[in-house]
Each structure stands twice: as structure tokens, then as C-alpha cells.
Design a protein around this ligand. Structure first.
Ligand code: DX5
Ligand code: ZN
Length: 225
């Protein structure tokens, strides 16, 4: 049976008390903490860097999932690994040498992943599957929380699920498939049915007063898949 994981994105948390927000959402049942790094260059928004990640690390009793929306990526890979990241993903368009950047992540002791934007073709994954621990499919254009899920992503999730299943059959290694953007209670089951196993949710969780109620309901919907 698929192990589903819920990864709240602290992009939608209260930035005035991020440490408590991380603790609260873990108590509410988060499996990962999703950390959205934006540089106002690769994406038109600016968030937080490795110093904030290091400051939050003591609050994070679950793995820290760092999503780099930055260009270039290589220096920040090293900084985030040192700051306590457990998983680091980046966008292939933002690296001149994707294979090298993926190796840097693993060499630094972290799990590595590629992030595909809604318009990025999935073929880019084919030559680097051995280097991947995770694939992250964007279901919105990166840069902001609170956007609507782009429905076309569902067929892309199915396409990548098939690719990863075939890879697992021949290699024995399972690569996680995470989806990011516009995930809510109402659509999480559909996204899981398409083949995702890890779900980023920002506004759907942090936009409600009771984080546990949202996460419990998401798990109930997943249990029915
Ligand atoms: C968008 C970020 C997402 C974002 C998701 O660029 O990568 O992680 O926080 O936010 P919601 O769940 O509100 O769409
Ligand atoms: Zn993200």
C-alpha cells in the first residue's frame, strides 16, 4: 500500500512566529516541513534563506523538504545542506548542469529531487532517474501560495507515475512523487489517484485555525483512495 505523506508549506505560515508554526503543524500530523526558497530572480517573489532554515531546524522533528526556486542552484545546495535540509529539490531550468547539481545534493548527504513546472516536459527525468529520490510536479506556476490547481497536471502525474513504476520494477528503487500547488481537502484524493504519494499544502492548512482538523480530513480522503 502507498505511504502517503503530507508536507505543509510554511510559505503560508505566520512569519512572525515561524518556530511555533513549525511545532504546531508537526503536532497536527505533518510528515515533512516544506520550505519554499524564492530568490526574486528565478521566481518573482522573495522568501527565506539558509539562515532561517538553520534557525527552524531545532523545531523540525520531521524531515525538512527544501524546494529551491533559485538560479543558480549549486552554492545554495551546499548552504541548505549545512543548514539541516533533509531533501533538496530544484528546477532543471535553473541549473546549467542538472546531473552535477543532483550529485552535489547527494554528496552533501541529502535526498535529491527535480521540480517540473507545469510546462516542463517530463522527458528531462529519463536520464537522471538513478540520481533522484523525489520528483516534484508543480500544479501551479511557482512563486506564490494560494493559487488554483492546474487540472492538466493530473495527466502529467499519471505519466510520471508510469515512468517511476517502470523504473522501480527494473531497479528495485522507489522514487517519491510529490505534487505542489493548490492542494486542498477537496482535490487531494484525485491527485493521489493519479499517482502522487507526497502532498504539499500551504494555504489549505495554514489558512485554517485548526491545522489538525485539515490534516486529519486530508488523511481520511487519502485512506479512501
Ligand atoms: C509555490 C510553492 C508552494 C506553495 C503552495 O511556488 O512552491 O509550495 O507554498 O501553496 P498552496 O498550497 O497555497 O498552493
Ligand atoms: Zn514548494
Amino acid at each position: 500500500m502507498t505511504q502517503f505523506r503530507i508536507a505543509p508549506s510554511i510559505l503560508s505560515a505566520d512569519f512572525a512566529c515561524l518556530g511555533q508554526e513549525v511545532s504546531r503543524v508537526i503536532e497536527a500530523g505533518a510528515d515533512l516541513i516544506h520550505f519554499d526558497v524564492m530568490d526574486n530572480h528565478y521566481v518573482p517573489n522573495l522568501t527565506f534563506g539558509p539562515m532561517v532554515c538553520a534557525a527552524l531546524k531545532p523545531y523540525a522533528s520531521v524531515p525538512v523538504d527544501v524546494h529551491l526556486m533559485v538560479e543558480p542552484v549549486d552554492d545554495l545546495i551546499q548552504s541548505f545542506a549545512a543548514a539541516g535540509a533533509d531533501i533538496i529539490t530544484f528546477h532543471p531550468e535553473a541549473s546549467r548542469h542538472v546531473d552535477r547539481s543532483l550529485s552535489l545534493i547527494r554528496d552533501a548527504g541529502c535526498q535529491a529531487g527535480l521540480v517540473l513546472n507545469p510546462a516542463t516536459p517530463v522527458q528531462i527525468l529519463e536520464n537522471v532517474l538513478d540520481r533522484l529520490d523525489m520528483v516534484l510536479l508543480m500544479s501551479v506556476n511557482p512563486g506564490f501560495g494560494g493559487q488554483s490547481f492546474i487540472p492538466h497536471t493530473l495527466s502529467k502525474i499519471r505519466q510520471v507515475r508510469t515512468m517511476l513504476d517502470e523504473y522501480q520494477a527494473q531497479s528495485g528503487r522507489r522514487i517519491a512523487l510529490e505534487v505542489d500547488g493548490g492542494i486542498k481537502i477537496e482535490n487531494i484524493a484525485e491527485v493521489a489517484k493519479a499517482g502522487a504519494d507526497t502532498f504539499v499544502a500551504g494555504s489549505a492548512i495554514f489558512g485554517q485555525p485548526d491545522y489538525q482538523a485539515v490534516i486529519d480530513e486530508m488523511r481520511a480522503r487519502l485512506a479512501a483512495v
